[in-house]
Design a protein around this ligand. Structure first.
Ligand code: AMP
Length: 281
């Protein structure tokens, strides 16, 4: 496995590789602190594509001033070992100056979506995400890029960005990988103390509860959101950020859930903000 630090190296590799007939490149953007959720994306890319590149970059522009950029877990050696074991051919790990060189003043804003869900409580977050992913896709020119449904609003923003910028990359979305007890894997789970780890299960409980209610035929937004609120009310230590039922493409609220509707929650467990969701059947 090769490790690249510059856009130039990544672009050269990608171009040389795609010159060979039949080759395709899968790209997995991450912020490192890799876990089994990231591993599932790398494996999916390896199944679909002949070469796989994984980026590891803690992107400063998607963190708010009071967020956890400085203390975000950085585990580069272990990340490279995991990426290699899962079959990655390249790790792209640029420094901040490589992605944001002096004078960089170009931002990507997906208007209408970037203020919804996480964008509402994290102003500027999706602009940072869209900007860095646009840079990464322009650098790597992959055939496919792999993202987790875990960050479902991010997927909506990036799908709209790729369509709007007419990028030649197909977005592939992979299922949420969970702990056996239901907690969605997240690099931020390591922040949770033992008591908080148990409280964090409220998110997946609310998601599972909504799925069960929909299975009984309930489709009204107010009923589904109301039931989820009750699940959170039973764990007062967990502070709800949002509980939303939205169209997955527009992130706009829907009154009646339909197949493909996104039910998403975000909540604070102590100082840690967690998210979870389900795409309703
Ligand atoms: P991150 O490193 O948190 O920026 O995540 C990088 C990619 O991994 C994103 O596309 C995430 O949606 C995805 N991801 C994170 N956690 C999970 C999970 N539990 N299951 C599946 N994909 C995940």
């Amino acid at each position: 496995m090769q490790i690249f630090r510059t856009v130039h190296e990544l672009r050269q590799w990608s171009r040389a590789d795609r010159c060979q007939a039949g080759n395709s490149i899968g790209f997995v953007p991450t912020m490192g602190a890799l876990h089994a959720g990231h591993a599932s994306l790398i494996r999916a890319a390896g199944t679909d594509c002949s070469k796989v590149a994984v980026s590891i970059f803690v992107n400063p522009t998607q963190f708010g001033p009071s967020e956890d950029y400085a203390r975000y877990p950085r585990t580069f050696e272990a990340d490279c070992a995991l990426a290699e074991a899962e079959g990655a051919h390249v790790v792209f790990a640029p420094g901040v100056e490589e992605m944001y060189p002096a004078g960089a003043a170009t931002l990507v804003e997906v208007e209408g979506l970037s203020e919804r869900l996480d964008g509402q409580s994290r102003p500027g977050h999706f602009r940072g995400v869209a900007t860095v992913v646009a840079k990464l896709l322009i650098a790597a020119e992959p055939d496919r890029a792999y993202f987790g449904q875990k960050d479902a609003a991010q997927v909506a923003v990036l799908r709209r960005m790729v369509a709007g910028l007419r990028l030649a990359t197909e977005i592939v979305v992979c299922p949420i990988v969970r702990e056996p007890d239901g907690l969605a894997l997240s690099s931020r789970n390591i922040y949770l103390g033992p008591g908080e780890r148990a409280q964090a299960l409220t998110l997946s409980r609310a998601v599972r509860g909504t799925e069960a209610l929909v299975a009984t035929g309930e489709r009204r937004s107010d009923a589904l959101i109301g039931a989820a609120r009750k699940v959170f009310a039973a764990e007062p230590a967990v502070r709800v950020d949002y509980i939303e039922l939205v169209d997955w493409a527009t992130l706009g609220p829907v009154e009646i859930a339909a197949p493909g509707t996104l039910f998403a929650v975000a909540a604070w467990v102590g100082a840690t903000r967690l998210i979870d969701n389900t795409i309703l059947g």
